[in-house]
Design a binder for this molecule. Sequence first.
Ligand code: ATP
Length: 234
Amino acid sequence: MLEIKDLCVSYGAIDAVKGISLKVNDGEIVSLIGANGAGKTTTLHTITGLVPAKSGSITYDGHDLLKTHANKIVTLGMAHVPEGRHVFTRMSVQENLEMGAFSLKDQSSLGKDLEMVFDYFPRLKERRRQLAGTLSGGEQQMVAMGRALMSHPKTILMDEPSMGLSPLLVKEIFDIIVTLRKRGITVLLVEQNAKMALSIADRAYVLETGKITMEGKASDLLHDEKVRKAYLGA
Ligand code: ATP
């Protein structure tokens, strides 16, 4: 289980996250929705050790993540699919995926793991030798997700997977997130596409200018008047 308590994060004088608490139970999809600048990415970056916290706590399966180095956090079973994908553009698709396995002490399952990723994303198999920088946005999202899967994660943090993708591709990517959960992977999903994020999540939190303003069952939030007006264009 991932648990955040009273987390505050600042960039110099800018308070980006102002005392949030949230929980992600094993096997859940939890969505964190909110407008631009609400602090969603900052929250994910703090969980994975890329940005320091000012105060509060983050624990994951009993480990204090605020005292754990980013590269150790991966070995605890937490993978991060960053906003904007950040694929290694001058490396092939397969090399990108192999980079995701760097944290594994035992590399003997590399071949099998690649096949597992190609099973999720057949399009990547056809393009395994193509330079990742020449892929479409949707294909790069698949590489970023596949790279995360190569580290055998128990939990995946996904930052805006729908960004810049056509509705058809968004559906494809979200279907895969649902499949990941069916196979036992826990997902914390940050999204501006609130409709899609709420439609696949078990629970959700609404973040507004660094504070959690609403939380509950995703299906309840999807039908909530305030959420519909603010985030669903209703
Ligand atoms: P978006 O959906 O636009 O990505 P977000 O909800 O993920 O937004 P964050 O990226 O976490 O929001 O940003 C929260 C606040 O922190 C914003 O006001 C942003 O300008 C500020 N911020 C983020 N990164 C930095 C940084 N490296 N230095 C200074 N301020 C930052």
